[in-house]
Design a protein around this ligand. Structure first.
Ligand code: PRP
Length: 213
């Protein structure tokens, strides 16, 4: 169904999820030339019924929660860490990786009764995970390259995203425990799903069909 008012606005997580989403839109048949040739532009048309907004992952959630974007594409990692005042309507199947506890290879880094220090970009995920194990830990927030923390002696272990495992391997680290699997999700503003239900459901259906094709 063609939108009679304004385009559906979709916030995409910049980077790999953006590329995978554009590939999915093209598979459906949308013209993504403007996104592919975007230069430094951040709001771009896709076909004549969608407008794409390029943002960092936590900002995708902020824009969707506040209703300035109808939909968003964001990793489950960001959703678990930042909470969810929106509907999660589709597992997009790409961006697959996992949250894991990792530490120095061959070292039993969680052994013993002393309080362990865990470095992570995801303090909420980390606290919840260790709480569920009944373990009291000290959590230190790191903004990136979390693998440095155990190597520098700042932390006993890390909780981080593992995709191929290459970063851990090349830095003498290994997965100690899997926390949970992650993939990209299509999220939707709660009011948008009521006000633009038909358009959103049609798009979500097309995306699901293209994923399963
Ligand atoms: C993520 C994650 C790991 C790496 C895992 O980092 O934090 O460092 O990817 O990928 P791999 O298992 O395929 O090696 P990202 O590239 O997002 O950068 P960051 O560490 O600065 O967040």
């Amino acid at each position: 169904m063609k939108n009679s008012l304004k385009p559906l606005r979709i916030a995409l997580t910049k980077g790999r999820l953006e590329k995978d989403t554009v590939a999915l839109f093209e598979k459906i048949g949308y013209d993504c030339t403007a996104v592919r040739d975007k230069g430094r532009k951040l709001i771009l048309p896709v076909g004549d019924s969608i407008e794409v907004v390029l943002a960092k992952a936590p900002d995708v959630i902020t824009y969707v929660e506040n209703g300035v974007c109808d939909l968003g594409v964001v990793g489950k990692d960001t959703i678990i860490e930042n909470g969810s005042c929106f509907y999660e309507i589709l597992d997009l199947g790409f961006g697959r990786c996992k949250f894991a506890v990792a530490g120095k290879k061959g070292v039993d880094c969680l052994a013993g009764f002393s309080t362990k220090t865990i470095a992570t970009k995801y303090p909420n995920v980390t606290r919840r995970y260790f709480e569920s194990k009944g373990m009291d830990v000290r959590v230190i927030k790191i903004e990136g390259s979390v693998e440095l923390a155990p190597l520098l002696g700042l932390a006993d272990a890390i909780v981080d995203i593992v995709e191929t495992g290459t970063t851990l391997k090349e830095n003498g680290l290994e997965v100690k425990e899997d926390v949970c699997p992650i993939s990209a999700r299509l999220i939707c503003n709660t009011a948008s799903l009521k006000l633009r239900k038909a358009e959103i459901e049609e798009l979500a259906q097309k995306m699901e069909d293209a994923i399963n094709d």
